[in-house]
Structures are given as C-alpha cells and as structure tokens.
Design a protein around this ligand. Structure first.
Ligand code: ATP
Length: 299
C-alpha cells in the first residue's frame, strides 16, 4: 500500500503541495486530479523520491521509498524521456538493467509486451524513427517491464488516438487485476470515471475533494434529469428546484438542487403528453470537478 501522509512541498517560497494525504491499496486505481500547476507532477516526483518533501512522509508497504523499493515501481513521466538514438531493444535492456532485471527476462517480457501493443516489428528500430504515439507505447512498456507493484502514470493518454487509448486501458486493467496499485493523473474526467475507484482533486496543491468515486457522486447533491419529448425550456426553468437546463441535439438535461425536486419536474411532465424519456442521473465527474475547482479558484 502507498501512503502519502501530510505531505507539503515548497520550491523556495512557492507552495506546490499543501498537507496532502491519501492511500492507494493493492490492486486499486487511484486518480490524482487537478488543473495545470495543481501539484500532480510534484507529488509523483516525491513518491519516486526524486525530490524530498518539505514535511510529511511517504511510504510504500510501510517502508520509505529508496532504491530497493524503486525496482518495484514503474513511472511514466509526463515529459517523455526516451533515449531516442537507441533501438527499442537497446533502450529496454538499458532500463531493465537499471531495475535489476536479467537480460533474458527483459527480452522475454519485451516480446510479449510489443505483441500486446501491436508493435512487434519495431523492436530493432531506432526510437527516433517511431511516431509519437508509438514512442509513448515504448515509454509505457518501459514503465511496466519490471512488473511493478506500484505504477505511476502522469497523463498516460495524452497524445493517443482513441484506438490506442482503448489498448492502454486494457493493459492497465490487466495490471490492476494482477494486483498492481496504479496512480494516475489526467485532465480527462471520462478516463478517470472509467477507471478510478478512488481519487483526490488538487487545487493549488491542496486537496479539495477526496474519497471513493461512488461516495463522491452520492454526496454531491445536484442531480440531473434527462428528458426527451416536447417540453419548453422556459417552463422547466420556472420549476421549483431547477438550477439549469441544457438542450442538446435530442434531449434536455435539467439540473436540480437535489433529488427531492425530481417530483416537481415530474408533475410538470405529466401535463405534457409525448414524453419518451425521463431519467434521473448522477452528475458526471466532469461536472463535480468543474464545480469544485471553480469554487476554490473563486476564493
Ligand atoms: P501540469 O498539469 O501542468 O503538469 P501539475 O499539477 O503537475 O501541473 P506541478 O508541475 O507539480 O503541477 O507544479 C505545481 C506548482 O509548483 C506550480 O506552481 C509550479 O509552477 C511549481 N513548480 C513546479 N516545479 C518547480 C520547480 N522546479 N521550481 C519552482 N517551482 C516549481
């Protein structure tokens, strides 16, 4: 288990991370969310022990993270850091050796992973000749070649096309099933929603929301009602408890203060006679994120 305990980081007098605490269990996917400059990369660097926290403690399975432990950790950095003059195989042999792996183990795992990522033909190609997306696959393979117990992914999907996003997701879920603890950052809430059981949202280095995704959604009072049919936006806006109405191509999304106001909307719909859809939905993580981060930025 990874434990981040009351961690604060100052760069000079810039407060990058402010008294942050969270835990990631074995086989859990954890999301570290925040806008640019929120402190995500700084947190990852502290977990990897590349920089020291100003105060607080980070442990993995009860131990401080040092060189022994980093062999069991995989890190996909945000700034891509491949040795582009090397071939894929040379890069993996070099990196795998840094993780104390034997050559035959590295080569066996590399073949399997290249196949999984559908790029076996690039094994002896210079990395500089690969496309950006394929370089990202190589960087990802590098992060997992040591079959890590803890995998840190800083913006793993940036720059990938939708097909490759799916491929990465598949591999990440497989690693989770094998018991790898995974912590990742992303600006894409749909990805986070798909994966994360638990998350923290950072604003200016401080946690403004944390916990299990399900609890976060349950506790967020504002709900949405999706309606299809012949209704007037102006009528809906007048209903008690309605705070917003958004019209998309074929339906309306009505936001209500809390689910007790559902019946007020339903009463109105009973006066219309061609409603084909009426559904109460949880807010998306994107809505919660925008609302939480927006509130905190306004302070
Ligand atoms: P992004 O999503 O843009 O990558 P982030 O959430 O990863 O952002 P960090 O890179 O951790 O954010 O930065 C957090 C804060 O610390 C920012 O205010 C940033 O300017 C500052 N910062 C980061 N690295 C340094 C450094 N080496 N020296 C001084 N300040 C720094």
């Amino acid at each position: 288990m990874l434990k981040v305990d009351k961690v604060t980081k100052y760069y000079g007098n810039v407060l990058a991370v402010d008294n942050l605490s969270f835990e990631v269990e074995k086989g859990q996917i954890f999301g570290l969310l925040g806008v640019n400059g929120a402190g995500k990369t700084t947190t990852f660097r502290m977990i990897m022990n590349l920089i020291e926290p100003t105060s607080g403690k980070i442990t993995f399975n009860g131990k401080k993270i040092n060189y022994d432990v980093t062999d069991k950790i995989g890190f996909l950095t945000e700034e891509r850091s491949l040795l582009t003059k090397m071939t894929v195989k040379q890069q993996m042999l070099f990196y795998g050796a840094l993780k104390s792996l034997d050559e035959d183990v590295i080569l066996k795992r590399l073949d399997k992973l290249l196949e999984e990522f559908k790029i076996s033909e690039y094994k002896d190609r210079k990395i500089s000749t690969l496309s950006k997306g394929n370089q990202q696959k190589i960087q990802f393979i590098q992060a997992i070649i040591n079959e890590p117990q803890l995998l840190i992914l800083d913006e793993p999907f940036s720059g990938l096309d939708p097909i490759n996003v799916e491929l990465f997701k598949k591999v990440i879920l497989k690693l989770k099933d094998k018991g790898t603890s995974i912590i990742f950052s992303s600006h894409r809430m749909d990805h986070v929603e798909f994966f994360c059981e638990k998350l923290v949202i950072l604003v200016k280095g401080k946690s403004v929301l944390e916990g299990y995704l399900k609890d976060i959604k349950d506790n967020y009072k504002i709900k949405n009602i999706i309606i299809q049919g012949d209704v007037k936006v102006s009528d809906l806006k007048k209903i008690n408890g309605v705070i917003n109405v958004v019209k998309t191509s074929n339906q309306l999304k009505v936001s209500i203060k809390d689910k007790s106001f559902c019946k007020d909307v339903f009463e109105y719909l009973k006066t219309r006679n061609n409603i084909t859809k009426f559904a109460l939905e949880e807010p998306s993580l994107e809505e919660i994120f925008v609302s939480k981060v927006g509130d905190e930025y306004g302070k």
